[in-house]
Design a protein around this ligand. Structure first.
Ligand code: TRP
Length: 425
């Protein structure tokens, strides 16, 4: 990746230049996220650089009033964790008219075990699926991790299957969800491959260099790959779900903001294919235990909470490694209070404690110094132990047959209502 510094403004087309890095030490692209600040990347600057839009209070109000009666906005939206978007309005229009769209998200199977940060898009996508009763496709880019990580084909395929069990354990509805690995689905679906080809013909090497920072010595697999992540944004890649000869349904992609470059490219090619541009909802990154400046990596067991961790491991890791925004001594902490912006326990509570009143109480008590670091750690330990235990229980129930059901290309159970544009080319 190039480390060039670049500023950008909102512009059309979505993708022209390499927007990953800026002058404040944050670096965000699909393969690397680093921040030079203990409170994490400057997300306002990211929005400006990527040319996306903030999820404003007005938009949230509209979102809230579009919800079925009795449903509350997810706390990821209430707390600005899904903070940025592209074209959310057309999706809200659909919802308001009672019309359908579909959801698309994914995971790169770089390792067999997920950490709690990996759950964020899936927890949120499940909420969207349950709330709006819409079909969902989930892509596992085993090909991407083969190309980028130097892993063997058998390894990435094995990781993908393990990851799929964790994804299913998040509670997706088998009647409404299709999960696929690229190596498998490409071999089964002509429609998917044809969309990939159409996209590949529309994007030049020069453009992917600009968007992704590829260089002359990157292998050609990398250069061609973005089309494979783009193609599921178009419902015509899934004739078994949406019908053949079919019209292209609107797509909403919940993802962490580092995936945006793929979809900037996708949104640029969409009109040329007479397909609707996919809409996006972007999330922030969960910090690593060592704080937002350290990297949350699957290879450093002590810097994240894994879904395979025992209750004891969770307790020990949080106590030992969770970066504290508390005072240097009890006296200092009582006097000055803790800094919630950098405190990893507090940040994790924002993501994983649903109860707003409880969270606010913790925030007041911790920042005033009334609550000590050991005490806030105890709060997050309880929340994570419960989350991980529940996940492990659900995962135990996932048999090979269940995995096969999710991975079989098939009709899904939803009403195929209105549409936008028809396929050409
Ligand atoms: N490239 C993503 C990763 O490495 C995986 C992915 C594929 C994805 N399709 C997606 C993520 C759509 C979000 C939305 O994790």
């Amino acid at each position: 990746m190039s480390n060039q510094i670049e500023e950008s403004q909102q512009q059309s087309p979505d993708s022209t230049e390499n927007h990953q890095c800026n002058d404040d030490g944050d670096f965000v692209d699909p393969w690397t996220v680093t921040s030079s600040s203990q409170s994490g990347p400057d997300y306002d600057k990211l929005i400006a650089r990527f040319g996306s839009a903030r999820v404003t209070d007005d938009l949230l109000k509209r979102f809230e009033s579009a919800l079925p009666a009795g449903t509350k906005l997810h706390h990821f939206l209430r707390r600005g964790i899904f903070f940025s978007h592209r074209d959310l309005e057309p999706i809200l229009n659909k919802i308001e008219k009672g019309e359908k769209f579909f959801l698309y998200t994914g995971r790169g199977p770089s390792s067999a075990s997920l950490h709690v940060g990996h759950l964020i898009p899936f927890i949120f996508t499940k909420w969207l699926q349950d709330t709006f009763d819409v079909p969902l496709v989930i892509q596992l880019t085993d090909d991407e991790k083969f190309l980028w990580r130097g892993l063997k084909i058998e390894e990435v395929k094995k990781h993908a299957l393990e990851n799929i069990k964790d994804i299913i354990a998040c509670g997706f509805d088998v009647k409404k969800t299709f999960i696929f690995t690229d190596t498998d689905y490409i071999s089964k679906s002509r429609a998917f491959y044809e969309n990939i080809l159409k996209i590949q013909r529309l994007v030049t090497f020069n453009q992917v260099k600009g968007i992704f920072g590829f260089g002359d010595s990157d292998c050609i697999g990398k250069i061609a790959f973005p089309a494979i992540q783009a193609a599921p944004s178009f419902s015509t890649s899934f004739p078994q779900i949406f019908g053949t000869g079919s019209k292209c349904q609107l797509c909403l992609i919940p993802c962490a903001i580092d995936q945006d470059p793929y979809f900037r490219m996708t949104r640029d090619v969409a009109p040329k294919l007479k397909y609707p541009k996919p809409s996006l909802l972007h999330s922030t990154f969960l910090p690593a235990l060592g704080g937002a400046m350290s990297k949350m990596s699957a290879s450093d067991a002590n810097n994240s909470i894994f879904l395979t961790d025992t209750a004891n491991q969770i307790k020990n890791k949080i106590n030992k490694y969770a970066f504290s925004g508390g005072g240097g001594s009890v006296e200092e902490h009582r006097e000055k209070g803790g800094n919630c912006d950098v405190d990893v326990s507090y940040q994790y509570l924002r993501y994983f404690l649903d109860d707003d009143d409880h969270l606010e109480q913790i925030r007041c008590d911790y920042s005033s110094g009334k609550m000590l670091t050991g005490e806030i750690k105890k709060e997050i330990i309880t929340v994570l132990q419960e989350l991980v235990a529940k996940h492990q229980q659900a995962r135990k129930e996932i048999t090979t047959e269940i995995v096969e059901q999710f991975m079989t290309p098939r009709e899904l159970n939803f009403v195929n209502t209105s549409t936008t544009t028809t396929t050409t080319k």
